[in-house]
Write a protein that binds this ligand. Structure first.
Ligand code: SF4
Length: 233
C-alpha cells in the first residue's frame, strides 16, 4: 500500500499524485483563506448552526446573521429558551421558513437526548432533524479536524474537472465522485484541506464563469485545465 505522498488516485485513465496534489492545494489555501467567523471556531454548535445557514445561501449574506445569532444565542442552552417567533426574527433575512423549523427540531433533540451538547458520532449527527451527510461531515471535520470528505456541487465540480469526468447536479450523490473525494482528502490537515477546496471552487474553479485555470495551483495535474490550454495554444 503506497503512503499518502506516493498514492496515485486514478479515474478516467487519468492519475494524480495525491501527495503533490495535497501540497499544492494546502499551500494555495493558506494564501487564499476566506476568514469567515464560523471558520475561527471549533465549537460544534456554532459550526452546525453555520452549516444550516449556509445551505443554499451565499456566505457573505450569512456573515451578519450568523454573528448576531451566536451573540444572542452563544450555546444550545441559551437557544433552548428562544421561541419560534424569536428564531424567525433572528433568521428572517435568510428566508426559507424550513430553516427555522429545522433549527427548532435540532434544539429539542440535542437538549432532550444529548444534554445540550452536539453529538459528534456520525450516526448520531445524521439522526438529528435535517442533518445531511454533508452537514454531519462538515461538523466532524471543522470541529474535530477529522478527515471527512465534503461532497457538494462545488467540490465535485473540481474533482470532475481534475479527472475529466462529466459533472451533473446528481454527481454529489454519485459513488464514484464520493470515492474520489475520500481518496484525495488529506489525513494530516483535513480541516485546512477542506477549506482550501471550498475556497478554490469559489475563487478559481468557478461554476458560473469559465474556470481561471491559468491561476489555478492544480493546473499541471488537471485534465480539463490542460486540455483547455492545449486547445488555446
Ligand atoms: S485547472 Fe482549471 S478546471 Fe482544473 S481545477 Fe483548476 S481551475 Fe478547475
Amino acid at each position: 500500500m503506497p503512503t499518502g505522498s506516493r498514492l496515485k488516485v486514478e479515474a478516467n485513465e487519468h492519475a494524480i499524485n495525491k501527495g503533490h496534489f495535497v501540497k499544492l492545494l494546502l499551500t494555495w489555501g493558506q494564501q487564499n483563506f476566506r476568514e469567515f467567523p464560523w471558520r475561527l471556531t471549533t465549537d460544534p454548535y456554532k459550526i452546525l448552526i453555520s452549516e444550516v445557514m449556509l445551505h443554499r445561501t451565499q456566505a457573505v449574506q450569512v456573515v451578519p446573521v450568523y454573528e448576531n445569532f451566536v451573540n444572542q444565542y452563544p450555546d444550545i442552552l441559551s437557544l433552548k429558551e428562544a421561541s419560534k417567533e424569536e428564531l424567525h426574527t433572528a433568521l428572517f433575512s435568510l428566508g426559507l421558513r424550513w430553516r427555522i423549523d429545522l433549527i427548532y427540531g435540532m434544539i429539542v433533540e440535542i437538549v432532550g437526548k444529548w444534554g445540550g451538547s452536539v453529538p459528534l458520532e456520525r450516526d448520531d449527527l445524521l439522526a438529528l432533524p435535517g442533518v445531511s451527510d454533508y452537514i454531519a461531515n462538515a461538523v466532524r471535520c471543522f470541529s474535530q479536524n477529522l478527515p471527512e470528505p465534503l461532497a457538494d456541487t462545488n467540490t465535485v465540480r473540481i474533482v470532475g474537472r481534475l479527472f475529466g469526468l462529466e459533472v451533473k447536479d446528481s454527481s454529489r450523490r454519485n459513488k464514484r465522485f464520493r470515492r474520489l473525494l475520500e481518496l484525495l482528502i488529506d489525513h494530516k490537515q483535513p480541516r485546512a484541506y477542506n477549506y482550501a477546496l471550498l475556497d478554490l471552487a469559489d475563487k478559481v474553479c468557478m461554476k458560473k464563469r469559465p474556470p481561471d485555470c491559468l491561476h489555478c495551483p492544480l493546473l499541471e495535474m488537471c485534465r480539463t485545465g490542460l486540455t483547455a490550454m492545449i486547445r488555446e495554444s
